[in-house]
Design a protein around this ligand. Sequence first.
Ligand code: FES
Ligand code: FES
Length: 158
Amino acid sequence: MKKQITLTVNGVKRELLVAPNELLLNVLREHLGLTGAKYGCGIGECGSCTILLDGEPVLSCLTLAAAADGSDVVTIEGLMGSDGKLHPLQGSFLEHGAVQCGFCTPGMILTGKALLDENPQPTEEEIREYIRGNLCRCTGYTQIVQAIKERSKEKLSP
Ligand code: FES
Ligand code: FES
């Protein structure tokens, strides 16, 4: 039997009817048309489905939508400002060539944002450790780490 849940998704309150076994990734992509979170492995190995759930990076392919009832969800679509400008971390990824095929990018950026929210001045080692659950088959990670590091430096300036 379906269950009614409420999620605040990218600042907008949503009432949704979901099956008990329905995954949050599916609800975001299929019910709400938010396709930024990607279906990669579906078994918690790649990080491409990462979203922020109450500010924490979470694998939406392993999260039941019903279990997220009442939560605040941020997807990559929610990072853009109301003025249509990219989030500074998105800009940093572009500047540093940290986006190639782009499949890992939404999850990687949301994980990077969670890190900077928690630790505004991470070391390179801390960045590598934090993003270890987000796999990238294209970049070799160097540009991604640089993009997050540079953004942390910018946060120091007014
Ligand atoms: S699709 Fe969720 S971890 Fe790979
Ligand atoms: S840019 Fe292609 S998987 Fe990361």
